[in-house]
Every structure is written in structure tokens, then in C-alpha cells.
Write a new protein. Structure first.
Length: 145
């Protein structure tokens, strides 16, 4: 039953991705690619100080990468750069341990991706949007103010 629910959540985010498209004037635009499977993303960010006010993504990828990007955008909108980095680290660890510690923190829809840990070749698919976001916020932090 739980696996069916997780499958439905994943498919819903894949079929109807949240925050999909480009921002007209992003403060940061970063590209991420996974050449092994062909996933390609552009992630647009509008940051106000250290708070992510708006995020959009565009591109193409497999169901796992698209769903993960959609879930990520819902989760990080309105959060500080520090909170976002904690979520990036938490999600990486979640995928590494197969969701073994999922009860410690409510992972929300991301729980649907726990099974990816058992498919090592697909972990990169689930992480591509997250690592691209991390690069984008890192780029922003290194800009002169």
C-alpha cells in the first residue's frame, strides 16, 4: 500500500511538475547535466538576501529526476540559504541510507524517492536538481555584494 502511494506521488510530480518553466529575470541561472542518462536542467533562482523567494526549473529528464526537481522546488521556496543547504545534505544522506532514518525528519513527498537508494545508477538522477541548486546558491554566495 505504501509503495503504491509513493509511486503515485512520484508520478504526479513527474506528470505535473511544480514550478516548471523559466523566471523572466532570475538573480541566478544555473545549468545541470547528467551525461550518463541525458538529464538536463536549468534552474532559475530569485534570492532576496539569503532567502529564496522564487525557484523554477526547466529541461528534460527521466521520471526520477523530474519528480525530484519538482519536489525540491516546493520544499525550498521561502527558505534561507542555510536551511536549503541542510535540506540538500539531508536528502543526500536520505538517498545514501535508503531512507533508513526517514522517521527522524518528515521528508514529505521526498519519501517517495527512498527506493532510489537501491538503484545506485539512479541516485544521480534524483540528485541532479539538488546539486545544481547547491551550485547556484554557492555561486550567489561568492558574488560581491
Amino acid at each position: 500500500m505504501r509503495d503504491e502511494l509513493y509511486g503515485e506521488i512520484l508520478l504526479d510530480h513527474y506528470r505535473y511538475p511544480r514550478h516548471f518553466g523559466a523566471l523572466p529575470n532570475p538573480s541566478v541561472r544555473i545549468e545541470g547535466k547528467n551525461p550518463l542518462c541525458g538529464d538536463e536542467f536549468l534552474i532559475d533562482l530569485n534570492l532576496e538576501g539569503d532567502v529564496l523567494r522564487e525557484i523554477r526549473f526547466s529541461g528534460r529528464g527521466c521520471a526520477i529526476s523530474m519528480a525530484s526537481a519538482s519536489m525540491m522546488t516546493e520544499l525550498v521556496t521561502g527558505k534561507s540559504v542555510a536551511e536549503i543547504q541542510k535540506w540538500i545534505d539531508r536528502f543526500r544522506n536520505f538517498l545514501r541510507d535508503g531512507g533508513a532514518h526517514r522517521d527522524e525528519v518528515d521528508m514529505g513527498d521526498l519519501q517517495a524517492l527512498a527506493g532510489v537508494a537501491h538503484l545506485p545508477v539512479r541516485v544521480k538522477c534524483a540528485l541532479i536538481a539538488w546539486t545544481t541548486l547547491e551550485e547556484g546558491i554557492g555561486q550567489r554566495k561568492n558574488e560581491p555584494r
